[in-house]
Ligand binder design. Sequence first.
Ligand code: PMP
Length: 427
Amino acid sequence: MTNSALLQSRRVVAVPRGLASAFSVHAARAENSELWDVDGTRFVDFAGGIAVLNTGHRHPAVIAAVQTQLTAYTHTAFQVVPYEPYVALCERLNRLAPFSGDAKTILFSTGAEAVENAVKIARAHTGRTDVIAFAGGFHGRTLMASALTGKIAPYKKKFGPMPSGVWHVPFPVPQYGVSVSDTLRALDYLFRADVDPANVAAMIIEPVQGEGGFHPAPAELLNALRRICDDNGIVLIADEVQAGFGRTGRMFGIEHSGVEPDLLTIAKSLAGGFPLSGVIGRSYIMDAPEPGSLGGTYAGSPIACAAALAVLDVIANEGLLERANTIGTLLRNELQRISKRNDAVPIGFVRGPGAMIAFDVLKARGGTEPDPEATKRIIQVALENGLILLACGVHGNTIRLLMPLTIPDAVLTEGIAKLEKALTTIC
Ligand code: PMP
């Protein structure tokens, strides 16, 4: 029995099945874009801990910053005794905020917490209750974040009742036959039939849907939502948890549209593998909640803040925004080439800005019918060949590529070759 198999048998007994893992191999160590399991098998990592590792596993600058912080203090609770790394990080994030005017930032630990708090801040600012979100969107697993998530199974099934005042409209995805005007018409119907816009505190949208399948929100839609929010006093929240910190070739995904959101939720690649999230927003909105109404014991941990300050340095010093575009162009070209191979499983709809690239596995070449079973087999075969891949999408037939932006060219080429092998092996 392998060490991973032994751990898997212990895990099945000790950990509930509600927490599903994509694989049964267990990690031993990891470095940049490579990971070794407890049996010494090496993998190229194209999952990046679900979009957390734009700066790679254990970036030396991040580890050094964390080690320095460990020798000073590890926890005081910002609500009790505040500390400089938190303040310094907020100052840096405020300077990066993709909107004009003054910004303030508050830090938490998880993406779902950031989403929860963005909604609380929007409610306190507007004095209103309701929130509009999008079908296929993903915002986390806490109750409000689950309610905002636009997918029933597995996220909401058996967990009701969900918090009230949450409404969904379709997200435009051309291959599913939903256009921007369909979305805007649905919003118009919603405002006429179900919810008075005067009761809506916020709209939340991912600039590129992550779990939903790497579908970019068209600039036309984001501009229209900005106008609707302005006309109705609604707070526009960009959920940048998955798209943020360079993945799309810009610091934040929304920057591709030129639209200025009011609040941004951030997490994942913000802190290079340490648990940290936050809300960046317009100062006059961020200051709406009363003192003491926001926070959390571990929110904005000094260790994670030190890591995040190093991550922001790495993104700038190593030119990772440009690198995301280079990686993205290579991936797009390679996937287009593979999609033309007659001996490869049918793939199509290669998409995404920068290095936020995904493609669909289809039943027939040139078709649209999803093939989630083939997708599972590809991911399994890739693992057997030493490549960690991740699926997503409402039909479970999208493969997303989330390699670190720091991946060396040789490892990137190796990973793409392994992907190509998996796509041709399962035919
Ligand atoms: N928002 C988006 C866009 C996400 O992709 C995720 C996580 N996949 C979340 C929120 C929730 O983040 P977390 O799992 O850290 O709570």
